[in-house]
Design a protein around this ligand. Structure first.
Ligand code: SAM
Length: 246
């Protein structure tokens, strides 16, 4: 089943949000479709895991079936919001669901091939330290497994702007929430290494969903250099693949 950008987007278009008012819904959807296609391409090329058990933490309404299709992958979806967990269960978007908080999950060690944090760690960074999430991922992964995190990057101009908006208290007025904390690529690598994992960084995209669609189309080819080590750090959306040695 093909999932479109409009079906997948975590937050719907919100007319009370200043930046949403300035953005066309069709542009947001086109960006989201580009994003998920890039995620698929990067995982197909770099993950090296083609089947197994996936733990999606902060699964929201979309635990990552677009990246880890059935029947090759079995997904366990965890979220702190019981309503989202119930929706995922009702729509059968995961094989197993549970309500839980990242960093405190009582699941057996070494039981997952992939631990996925998709657009989650940058919210948890607002709640507290990220180290418990990395330690938990390392504990829950089988040898040879990988943690995959897809998160907004701090070193992209939009990430820097968002960090400034957070510091000056303007974030909520601007885009509706104070809890989007863009993450530094250096911090992501250091957290992975501290948990005993081997990090590898990629840029998913340099484009930003708020840019006019023509500009997004013009910038999209840049994404092809997003796996070069220096270029990888500058992305708007980053993908960290952090492996547990086999
Ligand atoms: C932006 S949504 C991303 C959802 C999904 N991963 C996706 O790709 O569409 C972030 C999700 O993280 C969940 N979340 C936030 N903090 C969490 C925590 N500490 N533990 C577990 N889930 C959390 C929220 O309830 C929300 O569903």
């Amino acid at each position: 089943m093909t999932i479109t950008g409009s079906q997948m987007r975590c937050a719907p278009h919100d007319p009370d949000n200043l930046l949403d008012r300035m953005s066309r819904e069709s542009t947001l959807n086109a960006h989201y479709e580009h994003l998920i296609e890039r995620e698929r391409q990067l995982l197909a090329k770099h993950l090296g895991i083609t089947s197994g058990e996936v733990l999606s933490i902060g699964a929201g309404w979309h635990p990552g079936r677009h990246l880890f299709p059935a029947p090759a992958f079995r997904i366990t979806a965890v979220d702190s919001d019981p309503e989202r967990v119930a929706t995922v269960e009702r729509l059968q978007r995961a094989d197993e669901v549970r309500v839980g908080y990242a960093g405190t999950l009582e699941l057996p060690a070494a039981s997952f091939d992939v631990v996925l944090y998709r657009l989650v760690l940058h919210h948890i960074a607002y709640q507290g330290p990220l180290a418990p999430c990395f330690a938990e991922a390392a504990r829950l992964m089988k040898p040879g497994g990988a943690m995959v995190a897809i998160e907004p990057g701090l070193w992209h101009p939009v990430g820097l702007g968002l960090a400034l908006a957070n510091r000056t208290g303007l974030a909520t007025a601007l885009h509706g929430t104070p809890d989007d904390i863009p993450l530094s690529p250096r911090r992501l690598g250091a957290l992975a290494r501290a948990a005993g994992l081997e990090p590898e960084l990629h840029t998913v995209t340099y484009t930003w969903r708020r840019l006019p669609s023509g500009l997004q189309r013009a910038l999209a080819p840049l994404d092809r250099v997003g796996s070069r080590p220096r270029a990888a750090r500058l992305g708007h959306t980053l993908m960290l693949i952090a492996r547990r040695r086999g």
